[in-house]
Design a protein around this ligand. Sequence first.
Ligand code: 5AD
Ligand code: FES
Length: 359
Amino acid sequence: MTDIRDITEKLFAAENLTRDEIICLLENQTTELQSYLAEKASATARKYYGNKVFVRGLIEFTNYCRNNCYYCGIRCGNKNASRYRLTKEEIIECASHGYELGFRTIVLQGGEDAYFTDKMMTDIIRSIKKDHPDVAVTLSIGEKSYESYKAFFDAGADRYLLRHETADFGHYAKLHPSNLSAENRQNCLYNLKKIGFQTGAGFMVGSPYQTNENIADDLLFLKKLDPEMIGIGPFIPHKDTVFAEEKAGELDQVLYLLSIIRLMLPTVLLPATTALGTIDPRGRELGILAGANVVMPNLSPVGVRKKYDLYDNKICTGEEAAECMNCLKNRISNIGYGIVTDRGDNIRFINNKNTTKEG
Ligand code: 5AD
Ligand code: FES
């Protein structure tokens, strides 16, 4: 039997863990081990990024989606979803409002909506970059061709978020209809990296049918892909989905995984997600104390917020962007951290690439 202490020592030395060692770590989660890892993980985050939490302003610009992922509230098969799209002008105005509030990263997130052609997206990206050359633009609009990704990058987009959802092909097939594949999703991620995006992958914790073996494979996949950003959060059931009756992912497991990810990939940008804040009122603060270093408040107009309804009871759907910013500033200063107003690039990206495509 491997000793759990040997495994944690390897983890602290950022040495590669084997699949069996990761499974052992997952199977042996205790309150003590969890807080020990959280301490080490948050110290690691502070070593590279200081007592700082980066903010990203999230604009959820369309909830139309051609896909029918079984877990997601905006899947095309959900006839109860009330659909909306922001206009190009609304998106750009939202980004400028975010800029005034201090955001230097704008995330454009949406369902896979063919209405927004590559031409429209590149126009929007160029406008935002022209108005605010010091802003990083992050896209989160799903699976596209290499050529589309390249066009977005050439228009000035800096980063791209595309959770791999689950690395295991069989598990992927239980969460998605058969026209979607883990293989294509992973190829998209490799394309994004190849093009030069700061790339984000990630998965839901506690999704239906997920096993510790699956999570171990997720962590190994992340280690291999070596993304600049990783998004994880609890699965939360949505009433109008196949998984309406499934139970949500657990706070402690998300926190434990945040710490493990921080220790495995020490410089990664790791958000304490809105889903984490949804399953526990102090979820995001606890996430930061477990090693996360990013928060992504919502900049979308309040009128559409409730409609970007991926899961039930999502927080911050009634607050104005300025209110969320203030709320987060308070929450973060209460735990001894401070929000930073800069692009917040991955430290490795700044060192390696020597260019952040500013201007
Ligand atoms: N619970 C938690 N997260 C969800 N997502 C989609 N649906 C849910 C849900 N029911 C996540 C997916 C997606 C991201 C935008 O939101 O991981 O990649
Ligand atoms: Fe939105 Fe607290 S972050 S209300």
